[in-house]
Design a protein around this ligand. Structure first.
Ligand code: SF4
Length: 367
């Protein structure tokens, strides 16, 4: 362990100075404060490869909350666990066996699994026992194979009542024997699986992989057989929007066992920017298609939601299905929003998106 403190970080809002004060403790200073006095204490919890996990103790400084965990590496300070948040995630790998046109986190070829496996196991070791829920994402988490079971096991050992949401393309589960190994965690796990169309050609075009559709479908059925909780995620774009109704029929007829269906607006970030000429569509241009698909599933009593699309781009009949889904640190509102009667309930837009709808318009209800 290197005690090369002080560390100055600009990775969090407001500059931050860490001063080493002994074997275990660092004092945090707010560099924006006119009176430089320590406002929090960070205590080293665990060491990882010449880096440190530190936990906030005692006092509070701007965005820091007691119990937060930061990772210090090469003079950078990175938040890896936010106490009290429902948005905490474990990032398992940047690798993927699909290459989706709209991926916000373009996959890499580098084998980073050994690094992230040990990183995450160390992090889980110091997570609080009262943790209620956490997400697992990537890349494609199932590229861990059996190691994914180990990650789940240490989380469940920490809190048997924990709820874990795992984003996956589902292809790993085309093998029933491998799928069965996850059965004992069915009570804790929900699998979030993107399905892009009822038609294999559209799904495979979007994933840029010729066998992904049949693998994913088989995976969904195998997970269904072991009683898993499944959330289907439909990311709407120019390639798949015109068959949303057909997809809703397909889901109702062939996958009535799924727990939740989420229709999602696009975030134009990462590969979605590069491929925007194939993908870009204003939600207002698929409003009718979305309405038919959502109302169809709701009529069949399926649990259906809309993520990432502001109210003003939806038909009023769909307002009840809209959820605030964009991570809090990504949400933005436009000037127009300050005149909108839906401002308090609207989930806003991706601040990270390169393209925004030109149809954002305040909704005005007369009192
Ligand atoms: S104007 Fe703004 S607050 Fe109102 S619905 Fe549209 S995005 Fe939401």
């Amino acid at each position: 362990m290197q005690n090369t403190i002080p560390i100055i970080s600009t990775n969090i809002e407001g500059s931050f100075l860490l001063e080493f004060k002994g074997q275990q403790n660092w004092f945090g200073y707010n560099l924006n404060s006119s009176i430089p006095r320590p406002e929090c204490v960070l205590v080293s919890d665990s060491e990882y490869s010449n880096s440190l996990f530190v936990r906030v103790k005692d006092l509070q400084l701007n965005e820091l909350t007691i119990g937060d965990i930061y990772f210090i590496s090469r003079s950078n300070l990175r938040l890896v666990y936010k106490e009290g948040s429902h948005e905490n995630v474990l990032f398992l790998t940047n690798q993927c066996n699909n290459h989706c046109l709209m991926c916000s986190q373009p996959p890499s070829e580098k084998d980073d699994i050994p690094f992230f496996f040990h990183f995450n196991k160390t992090l889980i070791g110091i997570l609080p026992n009262h943790i209620q829920n956490i997400g697992i994402t990537g890349g494609e988490p199932t590229l861990y194979g059996d190691k994914l079971l180990e990650i789940i096991e240490v989380l469940v050992n920490k809190n048997p009542d924990i709820k874990i949401h795992i984003l996956t393309n589902g292809r790993y589960f085309n093998n029933f024997e491998k799928t069965q190994l996850f059965q004992k965690y069915s009570g804790q796990l929900t699998w979030g699986i993107p399905i892009h169309s009822d038609f294999y050609g559209i799904h495979d075009e979007i994933t840029d992989n010729d066998s992904s559709y049949f693998d994913t479908l088989q995976g969904i059925y195998n997970l269904g057989r072991i009683g898993s909780s499944i959330e289907l995620r439909i990311v709407i774009n120019r390639i798949n929007f015109s068959r949303l109704f057909e997809l809703s029929e397909f889901i109702y007829k062939n996958m009535p066992f799924v727990r939740h269906v989420a229709f999602m607006g696009m975030e134009y970030f990462g590969l979605a920017v590069k491929n925007h000429q194939r993908l870009l569509i204003d939600p207002i241009d698929y409003a009718d298609d979305l309405e038919r698909a959502v109302i169809n599933l709701a009529t069949w009593k399926m649990n259906v939601s809309i993520y990432n699309i502001p109210f003003c781009l939806l038909r009023p009949s769909l307002y009840e299905f809209s959820r605030k889904s964009i991570s809090s640190w990504k949400i933005v509102y436009s000037q127009e929003c300050s005149f909108c009667s839906m401002r308090q309930v609207c989930g806003g837009m991706f601040g990270t998106s390169k393209f925004q709808s030109e149809n954002i318009k305040a909704i005005k209800y007369e009192a």
